[in-house]
Design a protein around this ligand. Structure first.
Ligand code: NI
Length: 206
């Protein structure tokens, strides 16, 4: 029995070691923190420290269930952000967006602005360049949701928040209330239609 537990203990320890990269979940700066209003500076050293920051940002984003995170949000005034799209996380270091085309309107939220959502107009298609954590330059193009997330994160590097230019913002509570009204309204309307339509329905099946 003792041996059995030793094996289980050793196994668990092994698994924990395998998955523990040493990265940590960082505190997310909120709305009124001045760092979110500053213009971030270019990364010049593609070193271990940058790699660690990116790992920590990745863990922080996953833990907060976000689809993007920018360095200023974790208190680092650096031109770095991560975007999760289609189950893949891409890091953008010193990014530039060179082409913005079209228009799309969608609801956005931000880890630094909890419980507030807003309708924001973004380009439909973007193209640009960035570096990965090893200093390798790459080109990117994105459309739809991915383009929207990249633009949102890019704004963080410029000290902008989506609430600055959202057409309309709603709180969590307002969204839930709106949804509840819509659902109740649909049910009530369905019942009313059902009530008046029932004689015809019965007649039809007879
Ligand atoms: Ni954000």
């Amino acid at each position: 029995m003792k041996k059995f537990f030793s094996i289980i203990f050793g196994f668990s320890l092994g698994i924990i070691t395998m998955f523990n990269t040493g990265a940590q979940v960082l505190d997310i700066k909120k709305q009124d923190d001045p760092i979110l209003r500053e213009i971030s500076t270019e990364v010049t050293n593609f070193d271990e420290q940058l790699e660690m920051l990116i790992d920590d940002m990745s863990d922080t984003m996953k833990e907060s269930k976000g689809v993007g995170i920018a360095a200023p949000q974790v208190g680092k005034k650096l031109r770095v952000f991560l975007v999760e799209y289609d189950g893949e996380i891409t890091e953008y270091v010193n990014p530039t967006i060179t082409v913005r085309k079209g228009e799309q309107t969608s609801i956005e939220g931000c880890l630094s602005v909890p419980n507030i959502f807003g309708k924001v107009i973004r380009p439909k298609y973007i193209r640009g360049k960035a570096f990965d954590k090893y200093g390798e330059e790459f080109e990117f193009e994105a459309e739809g949701d991915e383009a929207r997330i990249i633009c949102h994160e890019y704004d963080h590097l410029e000290g902008k928040l989506f609430t600055d230019f959202a057409i309309k913002t709603l709180t969590n509570k307002q969204i839930i209330t709106t949804m509840a009204i819509t659902i109740i309204g649909t049910i009530v309307l369905g019942l009313i239609i059902g009530y008046f339509a029932s004689p015809y329905v019965i007649a039809f099946f007879n």
